[in-house]
Structure formats: structure tokens, C-alpha cells
Design a protein around this ligand. Structure first.
Ligand SMILES: Cc1ncc(COP(=O)(O)O)c(C=O)c1O
Length: 400
């Protein structure tokens, strides 16, 4: 079998995961026509307020991407050369680069083989006197076991950054993801559970004073003058302030139209996630008796947001590999599955920065054997049925 394009691609891996409804589309036109500003207006303020209420954090800042939120979080952590940051290598590249950019050393922790997430147990051997920050990634939508990590952070005086790009609205023992760390970064890229028209993000903070610092960093230090001025134009349109000593500010703003869409989608997020859980349960159930495929273990008290539906394939009994499974699903069933996430230390980018010698057993094993099935919000029943039936028969076919 080779990997040429099959005769008929029946289930593609989608770029946009949640489409807008008619009311949301109409809102775009409304804002474009009537909003007094297209940037940093009442939609942004309302989105941030409603987001903080939803997550249960002190303050939130709408930003242009999750990567931007992580850049702000890394900056607010006050990292510098000689510091160490512990994080998983099994994640999207943005979980790491903003921390590396500060000059800190990245220390990659392995992942738990059942949840495929970082854990306190796997962080412990990475701790040193230089550790300053722990980055936890709620990957694929499953919340990390936070309590033991928060205890470690308290014991060693470390900051905790939650990467919530893939898990908005996921719940850990009654708490929303993003409400537990010092800082949390959310993504509204179009491949996420909700999207602000392709790009967007949110930085959530636990301490209100961090929100004030971050706001001054978000838009190039531009800030309203305080007190009365004799002439509104003197000395200039706005003040120019420092959010953090020694730090140059950014422009990471999110537009009014994007914030308006974000507000609407936030109201739908719980329903979107509920539907995604039902879709995942349907597929998982259809192959539950086939031991070759193992999905993420969801511990009690963890509510998965199912950004993606991933599993590990073990075809060793029949001498088959994950690539055989992906190829069969692609060629014979027209279902396009993919592989994620490149262990960062195995990429050319991280090798070029000297991280190439690292190897982590569980991370490497999962990457080499994982499969990510096409998944999006509102999958039609026929597609789910077709996928469930096809995955099942492909797995059985590979046994012979
Ligand atoms: C785990 C994780 N972190 C961060 C990001 C970066 O998100 P954005 O594209 O909004 O910058 C992503 C996006 O794929 C992600 O999956």
C-alpha cells in the first residue's frame, strides 16, 4: 500500500472545528457597521469580564493568539538566563518557545502512559534549584491532575502556567481549567473548540495585579492619562507607561469583531463540549472491546473537552504498525487520520537550540504509535456511524 490520494476522501481532517450559526454571522455585520471602534472597545471589555466569570479567575486579557498569551505569561514569570522551566515535550511548539525566548533552559518531563499528560510524579525528577516555572498542558482537552502539581509548586515556590489551548471548559474536580495556575493561556485558533474567526486567545491570571501589569504590556505601553489635562491633546494622545521594569511591550490586541464572536461562542461552549463528549463516547464505545486501540484514560473528577480524539495503536501481535492502520483507513475507507505531536527534542528547530540529545520513553512511544481521528463540533450521525464501523473493521482486518 502507498499513500497516494484515495479514490474518495469521505472524512477529511477539518481545519475549522466549530462553524458560526446565522445569529453569530449577523453579529459580525452589525459590529462592522455600527461599532464606534474596531479595536479595544466595549466588546473586548465584555468578553474579558464574561470570560473571567466563566473560568473563575481574577482577570482575563483578550489577545491575538494563545502563543501571545504564553509570551505574556513567560514575561510575567520574570524568567531569565539560568532559570529552568519544566514542561512536556509532547505538546504543540507554542507551549515551549515563549519560555525558551526568555533565555531560560527548558527541561522536558515525560508523559503519563495512560493519560498522555504531564504529572507531578514525572515533574519531580526534573526539579532543581534553578526551577522557576512549571508549564502544564491539558492536551487534547483532558485536564492534567493539578492538585499534586500545585502542592509541588507551593513547596518549591514555583509559578504554574496552564496551557489551556485545547481544553477550554474542561473541568478538574469542579474547577475549570485555567483557574488553577498563576497564568493560563487559551486559544481561539480555528482548529480549537471555539474560534474568534481563525485566530485569537486569552490570558487568564490568578492575581488581579498581574492583569494590570499585562494590560500595559499588551498594547505597546499605551495607556490613558490619569487626572485632568488642560488640553486634551497635550502632551499627546495617550500616555506611554511601563508594565514591567526592563520589559519592552507588545501589540497583542484582538479586534472588536473577534471579541463579539468570542462572547457568543463562550455562551455555547458548554453545549459544544457536551456534544463533543457524546461523539467521542460513541466512537470509543464502538471499539471498546478491541485492545489494540487505547484512548486517553479519563480519571474520575476530570471532565474532558475532547479537542481531539486520539488513541495509541498496538498491532504487535499481528506485526502491524500505526502507519499500517492510518494507511488502511485512508486508502480503503477514505478517512484521513493524522499524527501529533512531534516530541519537541526530535524536531530540527529544537535540535538547532541544543535539545536534540534528549529521549523520553513514554513520549517517544506514544508519538510513534498514536493516531488522531478526524474530529469537529457537530459531526453528522452518518459520519460518526461510518467512522465507528470503519475503524472497527480496519482494526480487525489488520489482525489477519
Ligand atoms: C497545546 C497548544 N498550545 C498553544 C497553542 C498555540 O495556539 P495559537 O495558535 O492560538 O497561538 C496550540 C495551538 O495549536 C496548542 O495546541
Amino acid at each position: 500500500m502507498n499513500s497516494t490520494i484515495p479514490q474518495r476522501l469521505r472524512v477529511d481532517f477539518p481545519a475549522v472545528q466549530t462553524r458560526l450559526n446565522k445569529e453569530e454571522e449577523a453579529l459580525l455585520v452589525e459590529i462592522i457597521r455600527h461599532s464606534p471602534t474596531w479595536s479595544q472597545g466595549e466588546q473586548m471589555e465584555a468578553f474579558e469580564r464574561e470570560f473571567s466569570q466563566y473560568v473563575g479567575c481574577s482577570d482575563s486579557l483578550a489577545v491575538s493568539s494563545c502563543t501571545a498569551a504564553l509570551e505574556m505569561a513567560a514575561t510575567l514569570c520574570g524568567l531569565s538566563q539560568g532559570d529552568e522551566v519544566i514542561l512536556p515535550a509532547h505538546t504543540f511548539v507554542s507551549s515551549a518557545v515563549p519560555f525558551a525566548r526568555t533565555g531560560a533552559q527548558l527541561i522536558f518531563a515525560d508523559i503519563d502512559p495512560s493519560t498522555r499528560l504531564i504529572s507531578a510524579e514525572l515533574i519531580k525528577p526534573c526539579l532543581s534549584k534553578k526551577t522557576k516555572v512549571l508549564v502544564v498542558v491539558h492536551l487534547y482537552g483532558l485536564p492534567v491532575d493539578m492538585n499534586p502539581i500545585l502542592r509541588l509548586a507551593e513547596e518549591y515556590g514555583l509559578k504554574v502556567v496552564e496551557d489551556v489551548a485545547q481544553a477550554p471548559g474542561a473541568i478538574y474536580h469542579g474547577q475549570k481549567t485555567g483557574s488553577m495556575g498563576d497564568y493560563a493561556a487559551f486559544s481561539f485558533h480555528n482548529q480549537k473548540n471555539i474560534s474568534t474567526l481563525g485566530e485569537g486567545g486569552m490570558l487568564a491570571v490568578r492575581n488581579a495585579s498581574d492583569g494590570d501589569r499585562a494590560r500595559k504590556l499588551r498594547w505597546m505601553g499605551s495607556w490613558p492619562f490619569t487626572g485632568n489635562r488642560k488640553h486634551y491633546w497635550q502632551p499627546a494622545m495617550s500616555d506611554l507607561v511601563s508594565g514591567m521594569k526592563g520589559v519592552w511591550p507588545f501589540n497583542f490586541c484582538l479586534s472588536e469583531v473577534q471579541c463579539a464572536v468570542g462572547r457568543k461562542l463562550l455562551q455555547r461552549l458548554d453545549a459544544i463540549n457536551e456534544e463533543r463528549r457524546a461523539q467521542a463516547a460513541f466512537i470509543r464505545q464502538a471499539v471498546a472491546d478491541i485492545p489494540e486501540l487505547s484512548f486517553q484514560y479519563v480519571p474520575k473528577g476530570h471532565v474532558h473537552a475532547y479537542h481531539l480524539l486520539v488513541a495509541q495503536y498496538d498491532g504487535s501481535k499481528s506485526n502491524c504498525t500505526r502507519d499500517d492502520l492510518i494507511n488502511l483507513l485512508f486508502q480503503e475507507y477514505g478517512i484521513k487520520c493524522i499524527v501529533q505531536y512531534w516530541p519537541l527534542y526530535r524536531s530540527e528547530l529544537f535540535q538547532s537550540f541544543g535539545y536534540g540529545k534528549i529521549r523520553l520513553t513514554n513520549t517517544d512511544h506514544f508519538f510513534d504509535n498514536m493516531i488522531s481521528f478526524p474530529f469537529w463540533s457537530g459531526m453528522p450521525k452518518e459520519t460518526l456511524n461510518y467512522m465507528a464501523k470503519s475503524i472497527r473493521s480496519a482494526l480487525i482486518q489488520l489482525r489477519s
